[in-house]
Design a binder for this molecule. Structure first.
Ligand code: GDP
Ligand code: IMO
Ligand code: MG
Length: 426
């Protein structure tokens, strides 16, 4: 047994989907363990693009099983739509190929309403810039023990009672605090009842499925969503998502002992962030524009322009100490081609000192000044590079520098969105 986990080291959108798609060749089962359809994982194969929000990124491969763990929050409508879309692309989805934990919490229409109402009620600087998909309110209901779980869909009377109970509180908030129209319980119930019949066949004991596979010596690949700096505890709070994105959560979020042979930290060769919140190495200038344009940096879920900046080793060190990668997958190296000088942030000036890890006081990340080292760039287009030897010297040095600073080897270099634009080093 050689389990693997893939996680985002920065603020999400590092290219996890592409890396999971590639590593799926080595796995039998692929499991999502946190987040929901706030994620947007892009896969490109032979020029054909798929964006997956909920279904694990192993789904394009035949003969593999994809599982959605208890730690995920699942929007029933999005789940069904994603299955339909894959079906239309010729990828038939069956309960043999895809299963959802009975313990997975469901995102209800009122969660989305609340998410959007709350954001709209905040003033500009306080806004988190959520994806508006109801992620936070759904996790809140889970924690306050009033959530509706996928397994409840087998008992629609229970679902009805839970909706009624939830709406006492939600409608009070929506009407009295946010001045919105109340949500109609019957309409919510009818909506969910219509989808339940489609979802029930996919329900499973995901934890048992993983244990069983492990007993048979199968390899399980755990697919993280978001990134370390969006972790609810360890990210740039409060500008974070509502789940733990760290690799350790693969265990709780899937119901399986934590035992990983390979831990792949996905590092984008520069840094991006979508939504609000501090971003020390952000470049609101020609360099950021270069990365935004060359990297086509638009959110896969909301289409928002991603903010761009230099590589930040401070947040990467944090990702290393919190998640223990055994290797790095370095993505989007091709995007840096054409810049004369690259900068890498090696530390932050904070309260008169240079620090190597992110300070922990609230919003301290907004008050640090990055310390940079300059680095010579390269001009060649590297998107067709098929091996280490095809890369220009300075691109190789850039990779080497990241390895030296973090003490972790780069095992995969991605030089374009397509599956084949990948250099495997080890
Ligand atoms: P994820 O959320 O971590 O899976 O990443 P996203 O899919 O949201 O964003 C990554 C974007 O970069 C997608 O549009 C990918 O197709 C694209 N991409 C991935 N790897 C590379 C690469 O090496 N080079 C370029 N140019 N694009 C890439
Ligand atoms: P993947 O898996 C980038 C960001 C949102 C917002 C904050 C909170 O594709 O890397 P939420 O809707 O989760 O309550 O929003 O988190 N965010 C992401 N940013 N990639 C993601 O996922 C994200 N998922 C959430 O933009 O700033
Ligand atoms: Mg994404």
């Amino acid at each position: 047994m050689s389990n693997m986990v893939v996680f985002g080291t920065q603020w999400g959108d590092e290219g996890k989907g592409k890396i999971v798609d590639i590593l799926t060749e080595e796995a039998d089962i692929i499991v999502r363990y946190q987040g929901g359809n706030n994620a947007g994982h892009t896969l490109v194969t032979q020029g054909k693009k798929f964006i997956l929000h909920l279904i694990p990124s192993g789904i394009l491969h035949s003969g593999k099983t994809c599982l959605i763990g208890n730690g995920v929050v699942l929007d029933p409508e999005v789940f069904c739509a994603e299955i339909d879309k894959l079906d239309q692309s010729g990828i038939a989805i069956t309960p043999e190929k895809l299963a959802v934990s009975k313990k997975t919490h469901l995102i209800m229409p009122y969660h989305k309403e609340l998410d959007q109402a709350r954001e709209a009620a905040k003033s500009g600087l306080d806004r988190i810039g959520t994806t508006g998909r109801g992620i936070g309110p759904c996790y809140e209901d889970k924690m306050s023990r009033m959530g509706i779980r996928a397994g409840d869909l087998q008992n629609m009377e229970l679902v009805r009672a839970k909706i009624d109970k939830a709406l006492v509180e939600k409608n009070s908030l929506l009407e009295n605090l946010y001045g919105r129209k109340p949500v109609d319980a019957q309409a919510v119930f009818d909506h969910i009842r219509g989808l339940a019949a489609r979802i029930v066949p996919y329900l499973a004991d995901v934890s048992a499925r993983i244990q069983e596979a492990a007993r048979k010596g199968r390899t399980v690949l755990f697919e993280g969503a978001q990134g370390v700096q969006l972790d609810i505890d360890h990210g740039t709070y409060p500008f974070v998502t509502s789940s733990n994105t760290l690799t350790g959560n693969a265990s709780a979020g899937a119901g399986y002992l934590y035992s990983m042979k390979k831990v792949t930290g996905v590092v984008k060769a520069y840094t991006t962030r979508v939504g609000q919140g501090p971003f020390p190495t952000e470049q609101d200038n020609e360099f950021g524009d270069h990365m935004q344009k060359m990297g086509a940096e638009f959110g896969s879920t909301t289409g928002r322009k991603r903010r761009c900046g230099w590589l930040d080793l401070v947040i990467l060190r944090e990702a290393v100490r919190l998640c223990g990668p055994t290797e790095i997958a370095l993505t989007k190296l091709d995007v840096l081609s054409g810049l004369d000088t690259l900068k890498i942030c090696t530390g932050y000036q904070y309260q008169g000192q240079v620090v190597e890890y992110p300070p922990q006081e609230e919003n301290a990340m907004a008050r640090v000044s990055p310390v940079y080292e300059d680095f010579p760039g390269w001009s060649q287009d590297i998107s067709a590079a098929g091996s280490w030897d095809d890369l220009p010297d300075n691109a190789r040095r850039y990779v080497g520098l990241i390895e030296d600073f973090l003490g972790i080897k780069v095992a995969i270099i991605s030089v374009g969105p397509d599956r084949h634009q990948t250099i495997r080093l080890r």
